[in-house]
Design a protein around this ligand. Structure first.
Ligand SMILES: NC(=O)c1ccc[n+]([C@@H]2O[C@H](COP(=O)([O-])OP(=O)(O)OC[C@H]3O[C@@H](n4cnc5c(N)ncnc54)[C@H](OP(=O)(O)O)[C@@H]3O)[C@@H](O)[C@H]2O)c1
Length: 242
């Protein structure tokens, strides 16, 4: 049975991705900020017939990531998929001139440094799988093309720290994909579009099922699938401009 580690698995898109990957035959490692949340998630997934294990992992804490790796590598040989889903949106509507450095750093701790440390830490387990997939949950808001195109729906969206952190996350996708190009590991960015979660809000156009679709596809890519790409639900799962 293949194993997938999903960060921020307890709610929103992380839960939906876990549910759907589980229904596709993966054993889910539900990584959550606290063990209590992880255990609750495992029970909620079991109610959908999904086999999962709880893992405490706060991606903004390097010690927590390392402890999680120690736990997991003692239990499992390999990891077939890693979905870096955990994310925060802390500065919606705050112009860059008013954004505090602390707020900006907090966004980066989870959305960028957290994803970086998780990939780097779990890479030895991903390398042991015959065909591993890394998916970074990005956003259309991370696209430089969208930020600079007056006609883009995202052009005027104000969330400087969030946008910068997702843009940086996309850079990470490219850097790891290039480094791992001749290995068994594919690395891609997925954008869910605007989906109905606590973050996306109840009026978002996409359901969680729709928002989860690009990540699900990228986590289960065949050997002929892409690496180093950025795919968005807003474009029906097609390639998004960086
Ligand atoms: N929804 C959208 O429209 C949308 C659009 C573009 C991109 N995205 C991206 O998609 C991903 C999931 O978003 P969502 O809409 O499902 O958001 P959400 O409903 O706010 O859920 C965020 C998840 O991330 C977890 N998380 C946050 N910080 C964490 C940390 N330090 N360590 C571990 N887990 C942490 C949360 O855990 P707690 O419950 O403990 O807080 C929660 O499980 C995010 O990366 C987001 O940026 C979402």
């Amino acid at each position: 049975m293949k194993t997938a580690l999903v960060t921020g698995a307890n709610r929103g898109l992380g839960f939906e991705i876990s549910k759907q990957l589980g229904s596709n035959g993966f054993h889910i490692v539900a990584a959550c900020r606290t063990l209590a949340k992880a255990k609750e998630t495992v029970s909620a997934l079991a109610a959908h017939g999904v086999e999962a294990s709880p893992l405490e992992m706060d991606v903004s804490q390097t010690n927590s990531i390392q402890a999680a790796f120690k736990m997991l590598s003692a239990k499992y040989q390999q990891l077939d998929a890693l979905v870096n889903n955990a994310g925060v949106l802390l500065d919606f509507g705050t112009p860059a001139s008013e954004l505090s450095l602390d707020n900006l750093r907090e966004s980066f701790e989870t959305n960028f440094f957290g994803a970086f440390a998780t990939i780097q830490t779990f890479l030895p387990m991903l390398k042991k799988a015959p065909a591993a997939r890394i998916v970074n949950m990005s956003s259309d808001l991370g696209s430089v093309a969208a930020m600079t195109d007056h006609h883009s729906e995202q052009f005027a969206v104000v969330a400087p720290g969030y946008r910068a952190s997702k843009c940086a996350l996309n850079t990470l996708t490219i850097q790891f994909a290039n480094e791992l190009a001749n290995t068994n590991i594919k690395v891609n960015s997925a954008s869910p579009g605007l989906a109905r979660t606590d973050m996306g809000g109840e009026n978002a156009p996409f359901s969680v099922e729709q928002g989860a679709a690009p990540a699900l596809w990228l986590a289960t890519l065949g050997d002929d699938g892409p690496t180093g790409g950025f795919f968005s639900q807003t474009l029906g799962g097609k390639k998004h401009a960086w």
